[in-house]
Design a protein around this ligand. Structure first.
Ligand SMILES: [Zn+2]
Length: 298
């Protein structure tokens, strides 16, 4: 049976585990950077209208709010902004904050303590593709233990993708800080830490996915992959068989990367529904897995 979105919403609302919201001026600069280096942003606008679109048009009931400090000295103010932004989203919708840190920050451990103890953030995001440090940076090691001790979550862009081959075919994304070779030793060192790898582990899908057998606290979000007619790059899941994805079904969570995407939000949802996966797969993907992982927030 192929579900349509209305069938799905009768059963569950949408839990989006990967959205980005930044302070307005920073958002503008990020969009400029994206459009020069990655892809055009389909929907830009005031933050209120972006949230309204997510909640009222797409029926998203919970969303994870991510941002990242690309240099030292700004994490504290970004975390404060995220806290007040998430607190301002109401009317039955839950905006769930993730914090940011940069190893050049003074007092990384104090800031981490603050965002969990005082601000009650759900986790921490690291975007290694743009922040130029390694996951194994010694200055961050105490933080990982703090995240585990608080039973919060680390979302880390450790994969080599997604790329932007359709818009900038001549630019290669060679970043020394990412790759599955860094994830395995990290998980060995912190097996109790809950880790989300975005973009389904792109571009090293199978190498990433095999890690779930050994590491029960490893999850993936689907941001920007599995989207048909994605103008940025050809869908890398087009050649992956449904049964391979069904095997991951307890560890997958829907994420959109909204609003930093070059297509309408709905395309991501409808592309997944068009794959003809099982009903239980969709229930887990769009809501249940995230609801379980973030049960104290949703
Ligand atoms: Zn993202």
């Amino acid at each position: 049976m192929i579900l349509n979105i209305n069938d799905l919403l009768m059963k569950f609302p949408i839990f989006d585990t990967h959205t980005h919201f930044f302070p307005p001026r920073m958002f503008g600069r990020i969009w400029q950077y994206f459009e020069a280096n990655y892809w055009p942003i389909h929907q830009k606008g005031p933050i209120d209208s972006l949230v309204n679109e997510l909640v009222s048009i797409h029926d998203v009931c919970n969303f994870i709010v991510l941002n990242y400090a690309h240099k030292g000295g700004i994490a504290n103010s970004l975390n404060n902004w995220t806290h007040s932004f998430c607190s301002s989203v109401g009317d039955g919708t839950q905006a769930i904050p993730f914090g940011t840190i940069h190893p050049d920050d003074v007092n990384c451990e104090l800031e981490t303590e603050r965002i969990f103890r005082e601000l009650n953030f759900a986790g921490m995001k690291l975007q290694l593709m743009v922040t130029s440090f390694y996951l194994s940076d010694e200055r961050l090691l105490p933080l990982y233990q703090q995240i585990a001790d608080y039973d919060r979550i680390l979302l880390v862009h450790i994969g080599t993708g997604p790329d932007h081959s359709n818009f900038h075919p001549s630019k290669t994304l060679e970043c020394p800080y990412v790759g599955v070779q860094y994830l395995r030793p990290f998980l060995e060192r912190f097996p109790e830490l809950k880790v989300i790898v975005p973009h389904l582990g792109a571009n090293e899908f199978h190498e990433m996915w095999t890690l779930i057998e050994e590491y029960p606290n490893l999850y993936f979000d689907t941001a920007m992959v599995g989207v048909k007619n994605n103008p940025a790059f050809d869908d890398p899941l087009a050649t992956i068989e449904n049964h391979e994805l069904e095997e991951l079904s307890d560890r997958l969570m829907f994420g959109s990367d909204y609003p930093n995407i070059p297509y309408p939000y709905q395309n991501a949802i409808s592309s997944w529904l068009d794959r003809g996966m099982s009903t239980s797969f969709y229930q887990k993907l769009f809501y249940q897995n995230a609801q379980r992982l973030f049960r104290t927030y949703s």
